[in-house]
Design a protein around this ligand. Structure first.
Ligand SMILES: [Zn+2]
Length: 119
């Protein structure tokens, strides 16, 4: 699912992407020259425990809130602005690519299976 950055207005647009057993559902809306993505990542991800090296199914149910920038309008850099910013280069918001990078950051995190004490 790809959406034109400039077409996102003040009324929220429902977005959805799927990657294997993981899905991202939410909406995007214009916010101060940027686009706010608000949604949730749900599903199951195969992860390898960093302690015992066993593969296990990690259940996901995480809320996602991030800002999308087209690189023209810079996000404010103050204390209120603590959301992660994703920059799109070609003026198109690629929901699949956002989900993919969210999954990658979860995979790269340190994690343990339930036996080793999930953190
Ligand atoms: Zn383990």
């Amino acid at each position: 699912m790809r959406l034109s950055f400039t077409r996102v207005g003040d009324s929220p647009i429902a977005v959805m992407a799927r990657n294997g057993g993981v899905s991202l559902e939410g909406f995007i809306v214009r916010k101060e020259g940027l686009v706010l993505l608000n949604g949730a990542i749900k599903g199951g991800l195969r992860l390898t425990c960093d302690r015992c090296a066993n593969e296990y199914e990690h259940r996901l149910n995480e809320s996602v809130e991030l800002l999308i920038s087209d690189g023209i309008f810079e996000p404010r850099k103050d204390e209120e602005q603590s959301l992660a910013v994703v920059e799109v280069s070609d003026g198109a918001i690629d929901i699949e690519a956002i989900l993919e990078s969210e999954i990658q950051s979860i995979v790269c995190d340190y994690h343990r299976c339930e036996k080793c004490g999930a953190i």
